[in-house]
Design a protein around this ligand. Sequence first.
Ligand SMILES: Nc1ncnc2c1ncn2[C@@H]1O[C@H](COP(=O)(O)OP(=O)(O)OP(=O)(O)O)[C@@H](O)[C@H]1O
Ligand SMILES: [Mg+2]
Length: 155
Amino acid sequence: MRLISRSLATTLKVGRNLGSMCEPGDVVCLGGDLGAGKTTLVQAIAQGAGVDEDEYVNSPTFAILHEYRGILPLYHMDFYRLGSSEDVFALGLEEYLYGDGLTLIEWYERAEDVMPESALVVLLSYIDETSREISLHSDDPRWLNKINELAATCG
Ligand SMILES: Nc1ncnc2c1ncn2[C@@H]1O[C@H](COP(=O)(O)OP(=O)(O)OP(=O)(O)O)[C@@H](O)[C@H]1O
Ligand SMILES: [Mg+2]
């Protein structure tokens, strides 16, 4: 499923809706170019998942993992600085992929082989300054209805 977001506001709406649909154990893998909007989408997902607005969700590029409290525990990871899935195991991050929280991973491509089959994959790509293509897919049919709902949000 692919949708076009023509404004930051639309991406934020998609993110908040997605966040409100998330369940314990969900993993959302975010991919796409530098500056495509992964962190922006994570912030909106966190808001939708009930993380307080004053609990600022920023890019964890230098921290690799940030933890927040929403309705669920929320783990925001950024694998930009990782080389491969070996680093994921070395840092003990794989346990977050099979836990009870909501795990959001920027630059998941760095360790694609450790992503659970049940994950939702969100790929962002830059169209122009204010527009992005957002594609959503999962091998797990559980996400199908949610993906369709999100597509309807974007119009
Ligand atoms: N339609 C849109 N959707 C998402 N972001 C948009 C949109 N239009 C403009 N932007 C801007 O694009 C930028 C996206 O930056 P962001 O840090 O979210 O990207 P990123 O994918 O996390 O980058 P990095 O790979 O460096 O982590 C933000 O400044 C945001 O305001
Ligand atoms: Mg980012």
